[in-house]
Design a protein around this ligand. Sequence first.
Ligand code: KIV
Length: 270
Amino acid sequence: MTSQIATAKKVTAVTVREAKGQVPLVAITAYDYTMARLVDEQVDIVLVGDSLGMVVQGNPHTLSVTVDEMIYHCRAVARAVRHSHLVVDMPFMSYQVSVEEALRNAGKILAEGGAEAVKLEGGVAMAPTVERLVAAGIPVMGHLGLMPQSVHTMGGYRVQGKTDKAKESLLEDAVALEDAGAYAIVLEGIPAELAKNISERLKIPTIGIGAGADCDGQILVGQDLLGLNVDFKPRFVKHFAHLGEDVRRAVAQYAEEVKNRNFPTKEHSF
Ligand code: KIV
């Protein structure tokens, strides 16, 4: 089975934007060639997320990921991606210091990593940066709500947009990103009702993670939906497979067969 946009032709920032009001967008993270090859035909968007700082590098947050690390992973993913739209996260402090620095880093990520768009966190405050990147020919996906790069400001990974004031400011942020030229916005960790309101208000698609069913698309970390992070099962994650258990079982069997000299057999020998 393939995603509806992906079957038609190569998914781009333009086709993602035009998908609003049509089929729900399907997005997933990938950080390496093998995973990207497996998911490319099934989804519309592959995100090389800075979540790789946690998922791949084992850090408690995403803050230490560098531009060069994002480029390294993006190159591997880009070698596999044929159909889906390839987006890369701009890591912490690669775009917040100045618009010029954001432009230089985003350009580097596209030119050296092979990304087709960048994603960055923040709303009204980031609008001038988004505008400049878009004017330079770099498609920008926004990211609002629970913004992992602001983990210390948020006091942890907490659901955002719960008060009336926070709801209002999230809506303002979303409109500011759209006005600045963002072609889509990830909404993470916000109440479903708020995500619905934002999605209805915008002309560009919203892609939710922990933001309910009424966004224009959904994204999950690949390792999470595959059940590879066995101990990580927050409310917004569904395990569509239990590969973590499969890996443990397979490696235990491999170890046993090596110890018992049941592997390799003649069949695996020259
Ligand atoms: O870094 C990431 O993987 C993300 C997604 C979870 C949206 O930003």
